[in-house]
Design a protein around this ligand. Structure first.
Ligand code: ZN
Ligand code: ZN
Length: 84
């Protein structure tokens, strides 16, 4: 009977899985690549949890523009004038 391999020790499988995973630029956890969770300015990737903090500023054309908090404050400072 062939010995069962631990799938995590299979380099090819790991490479394959890692193609679908990306490290969150905020909390450094891995999550599935979802281009909705990528900041359209700095191209940082955010995991499912951290992407909840992202801002949509997509009203000026048909597409969704997702900004991380940093870029949101940088490019849309007037949204934060109440916080200053
Ligand atoms: Zn995260
Ligand atoms: Zn950004």
């Amino acid at each position: 009977m062939p010995k069962l391999k631990n799938p995590l020790h299979d380099k090819h499988l790991l490479n394959y899985i890692s193609k679908f995973l990306k490290m969150c630029d905020k909390c450094c956890h891995y999550d599935y690549i979802n281009y909705v969770n990528v900041c359209c300015m700095c191209k940082d990737f955010y995991c499912e949890t951290c992407s909840k903090e992202m801002k949509y500023h997509g009203y000026y054309d048909e597409t969704d523009h997702n900004y991380c908090i940093t870029c949101s404050k940088k490019y849309f400072p007037y949204y934060y004038t109440n916080e200053l």
